[in-house]
Design a protein around this ligand. Sequence first.
Ligand SMILES: Nc1ncnc2c1ncn2[C@@H]1O[C@H](COP(=O)(O)OP(=O)(O)O)[C@@H](O)[C@H]1O
Ligand SMILES: Cc1ncsc1CCOP(=O)(O)O
Ligand SMILES: [Mg+2]
Length: 271
Amino acid sequence: MFAPLLQNLRDRHPLVHAITNYVTANDCANLLLACGASPIMADEPEEAPEITARAAGLVLNLGTLHRATLPALPACGRTANARGIPVVLDPVGVGASRFRRDTALRLLREVRFTVIRGNLSEIETLARGQEGAPGVDSTDRVTADNLDACCALVREFARRTGAVVAMSGSVDLVSDGQTVYCIRNGHPMMGLVTGTGCQLSCLTGAFAAANPDRPLEAAAAAVCAMGLCGEIAHARLGPEDGSGSFRTYLMDAVCRLTPDQLEKGARYELR
Ligand SMILES: Nc1ncnc2c1ncn2[C@@H]1O[C@H](COP(=O)(O)OP(=O)(O)O)[C@@H](O)[C@H]1O
Ligand SMILES: Cc1ncsc1CCOP(=O)(O)O
Ligand SMILES: [Mg+2]
C-alpha cells in the first residue's frame, strides 16, 4: 500500500520549497535530501512566491515567525493553491503566543492546505482557536482513554479545513475527515531530538509532492516512514549512544529506507 508512494518519491525527486524555522532548517534540508527530494529554503517575500511556483511541494512552518518574512507565508500559499502544488502547514508552538495563533488562523482562512501536521497540543489549539501549550512540545498525549475523542478531533478538523490532518505523538492520527489512520510506529527517543516534527512535516511535503493525487495516503505513509525510521535508529544505539547519535541514525534510516521495508514495517489500523 505505501511502497509505491515511497518509490514515486525516490523516482521523481520533487523540489520542495520550505519556509521554516532557524532551529531545524538544516535537519529539514538534509531530511529532504535523504528521502529523495530536493530542498530549497527561501523566506524573503520578494522572491519566495517565484520559488514556490517552480517547486512540486511547499511547507510552511511557523517555528520562528518574523514580521519581515511574514508576508511570504500567505503569498506562497496562494501561489501553490493557484498552481495545484501541495501545501503542508506545521503550526509549531501555535499555542505559545497570540502572534503565532493569529498568523496560523489567518493562513487557514487564506490558504487551502493539503496537510496540517502538528502535535496534539498544536492541533487542539488550532482546532479550538484558543491559547494552548506554552512551548513547542505537546503537553498532552493520545492514550487508550482519549483515543476516540482524538480521532473525532482530527476527523472534524479535517472536515472543517478540507485538509488532511496529521497529529503526531506516541500514537499518530491521520485523517481526511472520514478515514482515520491510527499509526503506532515511532520511539519515545524522537521526543528528545528537536526537529523530528519539523522533519516529519517536510517528509510529508515530499510524499505529497511525489503523490499529489493521494494526499491522505501520502501523509499516512510519511508518518509511518518517520516512525519506522525512529525504531530503526533506536535499534542501532550502542551502550554509549544518546540523543545525538539517535539524531544521526534517524537521518541514516530515512536515507536507506526501502519501499519494501516501509510496506512491512508500517503499523497502523483504520478507524
Ligand atoms: N512517545 C513517542 N513514541 C513514539 N513516537 C513518538 C513519540 N513522540 C514523538 N514521536 C514521533 O516523533 C515524530 C515527531 O512527533 P512530535 O514529537 O509529536 O512532533 P513535534 O516535534 O512537532 O512536537 C513523529 O514521527 C512521532 O510519531
Ligand atoms: C525549539 C524550537 N523553537 C522554535 S522552532 C523549534 C523547533 C521545533 O521543532 P519540532 O517541532 O520538530 O520539535
Ligand atoms: Mg513541531
